[in-house]
Write a protein that binds this ligand. Structure first.
Ligand SMILES: Nc1ncnc2c1ncn2[C@@H]1O[C@H](COP(=O)(O)OP(=O)(O)O)[C@@H](O)[C@H]1O
Ligand SMILES: [Mg+2]
Length: 565
């Protein structure tokens, strides 16, 4: 019996070879011979079609769902991918909290049939490199693939149930064009990180709410992990193999993938996927969780509207990038924004005129690197209004950035420093070594810190820099007081408002009125729970294009609905 089964699978794969030979062959008798063998072999496979697949699968799905014991479930939600719905259950078990995905089990018979379809679909998936790298072309391949798969399934199983058909198409798509079941994890917006440690261990994920969790998924063989690494590498036009066993790649979705092959990774082949936040923290979130006050948020808004330069400082993982990103929706429309980063982290509302650039490390032969400096220098040739630099680390980058400020661009960047005075000392001392007299180009320095014990983030200081001809001093405008967990006004600004007045002709009274108006807007977004990136983007776009209308509608109870509707 077993032997027979093996023979069937073998036949299937032989058929593919034969068909290729058939195409190539010019000899008619040979052609005939090939055709007859294929026909015979197909006959064996045909038997499989009579199996009652549809009701069978129904039963399997039902059983699978039944198998989960309700009392241990902390949370349950659905993920949809390519029309396949799967249920995720976060379960509390003796060993800890785990992440479980229920995908329908597929029987041996069904799998054999899917294999047959797979084989016929190979021609659709053997695509050129360019098509894979280009996101739009990839979408087209996917839809062409889905069409052909659908036709084949319908041909083989004319009475198949619609949802089961869709789940088959989805499965074929994930297996042949993607990373199999891992595609579901990539599509779960609650996950920040996905780790395939080796084929011996289960996949682990970092969940926004529950932290690190073990999953019920495992890759079957080490080869699968190599295969996934190859698929990822191909998508970005790179390779990973014995000679170049490391891969660090940014997918076009913004996700970042790192892959290391055995024996460099001694336990086995390993893949780490750091997912790009699909729903980033916005200024409203940061006001809500007390990272920042409305007063300071509107100060940042004013700075961005009137082309001031802003530096955000803080320690590692203090929330610099998150704060920088949450300022982005304040950008006026129709300004060219160029961002330069090592890893793509920034995310702007849809309609802004934004060109995100990322660096690239050299390949195995040491070629093809694109540095931050390359991109910064290049960005100046792209006629930018605003330049955003992920993180300032090297002298050359700092010099180009200060040069850009001096030539009238507004610049936003983050820097590793724990206070305003440390920011100054970091800037003027090696390795950055920015000449002290250039520092006055920075209009606002916001310092953020993370309380490691409580896990909270707070804006700690808002400062400006003064230069007296020899020294740079800091003037702290706002500071955080720990006793009250509150940001308070510390001293009057010496230059910030003066600069805005000079640039815009606004009097201090007018600036105060402007700030007040902005606070009213943020306050009302807070109260109406208007917080997502694109909601914020829309509101601020209205602010710049049709302020009267915004102010008139803002207080209405259905504002949120009309905004997105
Ligand atoms: N204000 C905040 N409130 C809550 N979580 C935050 C906040 N800022 C950052 N985080 C969390 O900390 C992580 C690291 O923040 P990030 O801005 O990338 O740090 P940095 O750029 O300072 O190294 C983020 O991925 C996010 O999960
Ligand atoms: Mg950062």
């Amino acid at each position: 019996m077993k032997k027979k089964e093996n023979k069937k699978t073998k036949n299937k794969f032989e058929n593919k070879k034969l068909r290729i030979l058939l195409k190539k062959s010019k000899n008619t008798t040979q052609k005939k011979e090939f055709k007859s063998i294929i026909k015979k072999r197909k006959g064996i496979l045909k038997n499989l079609k009579h199996l009652p697949i549809a009701p069978h699968i129904h039963e399997e799905i039902k059983n699978h769902i039944k198998n989960i014991d309700n009392k241990d479930i902390l949370e349950k939600y659905q993920i949809e991918l390519d029309k396949v719905n799967v249920t995720v259950s976060i379960m509390k078990e003796k060993s800890g909290v785990t992440y479980n995905i229920q995908t329908p089990e597929i029987s041996v018979a069904t799998n054999a049939l899917l294999d047959e379809i797979r084989e016929e679909l190979i021609s659709v998936t053997t695509v050129g490199m360019n098509e894979i790298i280009d996101q739009n072309a990839f979408k087209q391949i996917k839809s062409k693939f889905a069409q052909e798969a659908e036709a084949l399934i319908k041909e083989k199983l004319p009475n198949i149930d619609e949802t089961i058909k869709d789940s088959f198409i989805g499965k074929l798509m994930q297996d042949m064009l993607g990373l199999g079941k891992i595609e579901f994890l990539i599509n779960d917006i609650n996950l920040e990180e996905i780790v395939i440690p080796s084929a011996k261990e289960p996949i682990r994920v970092y969940h926004k709410k529950y932290g690190w969790l073990l999953t019920n998924l495992k890759t079957e063989k080490e080869e699968d992990i190599i295969n996934y690494s190859n698929i990822i590498a191909r998508r970005v036009g790179r390779q990973i193999n014995v000679l170049t066993p490391l891969l660090d790649a940014h997918l076009s979705t913004g996700d970042r993938v790192n892959s290391i092959l055995y024996p460099i990774s001694t336990k086995g082949n390993t893949i780490t996927i750091r997912k790009f936040a699909r729903d980033p923290y916005t200024m409203i979130d940061l006001i809500k969780n007390k990272t920042i006050s409305i007063d300071v948020a509107v100060l940042l808004w004013l700075a961005i509207e009137y082309e001031m330069n802003v530096l955000i400082s803080g320690g590692t993982a203090s929330g610099k990038t998150v704060l920088l990103n949450s300022c982005m929706p304040f950008m006026p429309p129709n300004q060219r924004i160029i961002s330069v980063e090592d890893t793509r982290e920034l995310m702007l509302p849809e309609f802004l005129y934004w060109c995100p650039l990322v660096t690239r490390s050299p390949n195995a032969e040491g070629k093809g690197s694109v540095t931050m400096l390359d991109l910064l220098v290049n960005s100046l040739r792209m006629r930018p209004d605003k330049i955003i630099l992920g993180e300032m680390r090297r002298q050359e980058e700092a010099m180009v950035l200060f040069e850009a400020m001096h030539t009238g661009h507004s610049v936003y960047a983050t820097l590793h420093a724990d206070s305003a005075s440390e920011t100054v000392s970091r800037l003027i001392n090696p390795p950055l070594s920015v000449p002290a007299n250039l520092l006055k180009a920075v209009n606002l320095n916001v310092v953020i810190f993370r309380d490691r014990r409580k896990g909270t983030r707070r804006v700690f200081q808002v400062a400006e820099f003064d230069y007296d001809g020899t020294n740079v001093t800091t003037n702290i405008i706002y500071r955080w007081i720990p006793e009250e967990d509150r940001l308070i006004k510390h001293s009057e600004s010496s230059r910030f408002f003066e600069n805005i007045s000079r640039n815009t002709g606004l009097s201090q009274k007018e600036i105060d009125a402007d700030l007040k108006e902005k606070s009213v807007i943020l306050d009302s977004l807070l109260k109406n729970d208007i917080r997502s990136l694109n909601e914020m983007g829309k509101v601020i776009n209205m602010y710049y294009n049709d302020k009267e209308n915004l102010l008139k509608n803002l207080s209405k109870s259905d504002f949120k609905k009309t905004l997105m509707g």
